[in-house]
Every structure is written in C-alpha cells, then in structure tokens.
Design a protein around this ligand. Structure first.
Ligand SMILES: Cc1ncc(COP(=O)(O)O)c(C=O)c1O
Length: 402
C-alpha cells in the first residue's frame, strides 16, 4: 500500500504502523495484473481468491425479500437466532456432538471472526502457532493484535503433510493458541481425523486454545470434510471458524461464524458488541436460507472445482519443468516452479510481463513456498485453457533460453 505523507502523517497509532507494509510485495504482481486487466489489456487473472461463480440467485432473492420485509435494523449481537440455530444444527450433524445455538457467534466474515477470537484470547507479545504455508490474511491480524507468529512447516515436498511433531516443536511458554486451517489455503491439504484428535489432546494437556479455520469445508474432492469438532475428544478449548464466502460464492456479503464453548461465546459477544454491534439482518436471513437450501448447489460447486482442479493438474503435468501435487480440497493449486525460475516471485513477475498471466508468488504464504506459485481455480475452463496455453509457451521459451 502507498503510504501518503501529510502534516499529520506521524500521528497514527502503533497498530496502524504495524500494518503499514502489511502484505507489501505479496500482491504486487496481482495488483499490476488487475490494473492492466481493467485498462482493457488481454490478461488472465489466476491470482484471485474470489469465486467467479455467482451467488445462487435464490439466495440473492432471499436477501431482497428480507430487505422488503424491513430486515434493515440492528440485529442481536450474537447473530440472528434463526441463523445460529441453522448453524448449530449443521454443526451437530457434522460433528455428531450436540451444538447449542448459544455456542455460535455470527461475524461479518471469517476474517473478522478470527480477529475477534484472537483479540479475545491472546495478549500482545504472546504467540500463535500456525502452519506455513498459511492464508495471507492471518498475517495482518497477527500484526494488528501484535501477536507473535510461531510458524511450523507443512511438508511442501511431501503433499503439504501436517506433522504433530512439528507443531509440538513450535510451542513455547509464550504460546496461547494453535491455529490450523483444513482444508488449507493455499495448499488444498487436509488434516486427517486422527491428527486433529491428537492435536486437540496435545492442546488440552498444555492448556492451549485450538482454532480450526474450516472455510473450505464444503469444497472437498476425495472424502467429506472432517471437522475438528468431530475429531476432538473434548470441546472446551476448541474453536471452529467457518463462513459462506467460498462455499456459496458470497465473499461480498461478509458472513462468517465461530463455534466455541458457551463461555468463550459470551466473551466474544462482549468483544463484538463493542466493535461490530451486530451483522446485517437481511444478510443473515439470506445466509440462513443459503445453508438450508444448498445440497444440490454445493454438489454442483464441488463438481465444478473438481473439474477445474483436474484440468489444471493435467496441464501442469504436461509442461516439462513444472510440478504440482493434486490438492484434496479447496480452490487452489500450488505449482513448483523451481526448475524454471530462481523462485516463485521471479516466475510470477516474468509470466505476467511476458505472457499476461497473473499467479501469486508462493513466498507470501511462507518461506517454504518460495519456489512455488499459487493458481486459483476461481476461473472457468475457458479462461484456464488459454491461460495454460500461455504458461506452457512461456515455460518452453524460458527453458530454451536457460
Ligand atoms: C483460509 C481462509 N480463511 C479465511 C478467509 C476469509 O474469509 P472471509 O471472506 O469469510 O473473511 C479466507 C479467504 O480467502 C481463507 O482462505
């Protein structure tokens, strides 16, 4: 972000200064590509994380109906009872453990849910253990709250596998929270039920909170999602984050939630009452409708992303010098470009300049992804096809020169 200078520019808070250079560089290629795209240039954006699919029309209609019914006023701080009941029923079914609506708190998006949960649990200077590669958005939250990131590596060369030993090695006396994301962004990795159960045991024994970000829970290709809530033997320290952005193509509606113990939900209510003061009623009505009328829709979404995933992985396999592991879930494919470029940043810059295709450099997700780029599946095959034609030509050209 460009930092503008003015007579009061030295008078911003420490929090604002910690965020000054947040994610600088990570989005440089994407931002440049968007500018070119918007000025009418022939550029393919494989760097976006926003689904290209429309929000289901019936959900849009539910939102419009709610607006016409006057659902435009302050909502209860925890969220509308009807939506919380719907979420609690889904969680009960998915986990096999009863979930009470008062254990659910609704937020304007999963990002805000994570921010609110961490603000409620972690003091400045304390640590959160988190896997790398990691969703880029966590970084800004850690910085805003002055939380120490204590990262451990997923095995990038081994299918981004998760290791309990790596988590344990990252825990220190400063650690307050362990945070995992399954299915994962950017790697599409899934943490096995037995590992989630063992992780929950470790966290409970050590007096740590365990957060599981499950926003891709509905976009699984091989086996149904296993929630931390299902895997964990005890739920006192367990926090689930989920939302509608990805599954229902509702990024702009801003709707997410947490599922926690009742005691933590009460604390979250205190926090969110002083910061958000409730989410839009009509958005919550549309969300409740979406979650109760989505079986066919979600199957279609899953199938669409599966077709795209298979297409991308086949194209990558056919390009000498590029490699990828087939993701089990999610909306992204990580491509190993080490045979072609010094790192993913160089690859992404050159690919945009030479071929007009934008991908995200892996470094933004963690040091262990320096040699990777992330390709998004949020584009239809008729965009992926010409984009990969260009990538293939670019790699062939680059290889010929080296
Ligand atoms: C892992 C992960 N968590 C959370 C979010 C943010 O979701 P929301 O749009 O609900 O804030 C994203 C968005 O890309 C994500 O990938």
């Amino acid at each position: 972000m460009n930092v503008s200078v003015g007579p009061f520019s030295g008078q911003f808070s420490q929090l604002s200064r910690r965020l000054e250079d947040e994610a600088q560089g990570v989005w440089a290629v994407h931002d440049r590509a968007c500018e070119r795209f918007e000025s009418g240039e022939d550029v393919y954006l494989l760097s976006v994380g926003d689904p290209d699919l429309p929000t289901p029309p019936r959900v849009v209609q539910a939102g419009i109906d709610a607006l016409h019914k006057g659902r435009t006023h302050y909502a209860p701080g925890r969220g509308e009872p009807c939506l919380r009941q719907t979420i609690a029923d889904i969680e009960t079914r998915a986990s096999g453990k009863p979930c009470d609506p008062d254990e659910v708190v609704v937020f304007p998006g999963a990002t805000n849910a994570i921010y609110s949960v961490l603000a409620t649990l972690v003091n400045p200077g304390e640590g959160v253990v988190v896997a790398e590669p990691m969703y880029i958005g966590y970084e800004g939250i850690f910085r805003a709250l002055d939380i120490r990131k204590q990262s451990f590596d997923l095995d990038a060369d081994g299918g981004f596998a998760f290791s309990l030993a790596a988590v344990e090695a990252a825990i220190t006396p400063e650690t307050r929270v362990v945070m995992v994301n399954t299915p994962g962004n950017p790697a599409g990795n899934v943490i096995a039920e037995a590992d989630l159960r063992a992780l929950a045991d470790i966290c409970r024994e050590r007096g740590l909170w365990l957060i599981c970000d499950e926003v891709y829970s509905m976009i699984t290709f091989d086996a149904p999602h296993v929630s931390l809530r299902r895997a964990a033997a005890s739920l006192d320290n367990v926090i689930i984050i989920d939302g509608l952005s990805k599954s229902h193509a509702m990024t702009g509606w801003r709707l997410g939630w947490s599922v926690t113990s009742r005691a933590l939900a009460d604390r979250l209510l205190d926090f969110t009452s002083s910061t958000i003061f409730g989410c839009c009623q009509f958005v919550q009505d549309a969300a409740a409708f979406a979650l109760t009328n989505d079986e066919e829709y979600i199957q279609g979404v899953r199938e669409e992303y599966r077709v795209r995933r298979d297409y991308v992985c086949e194209r990558v396999a056919a390009i000498p010098g590029l490699q990828c592991q087939v993701p089990a879930a999610g909306m992204f494919v990580m491509i190993d470009v080490r045979a072609i470029a010094a790192d993913g940043t160089v690859f992404a810059q050159r690919l945009l300049d030479a071929a007009g295709v934008s991908v995200l450099p892996g470094l933004g997700f963690g040091e262990n992804c320096r040699g990777y780029v992330r390709v998004s599946l949020a584009q239809p095959i008729n965009v992926l096809r010409p984009a990969f034609d260009r990538i293939a030509a670019f790699v062939a050209e680059t290889e010929g020169k080296s």
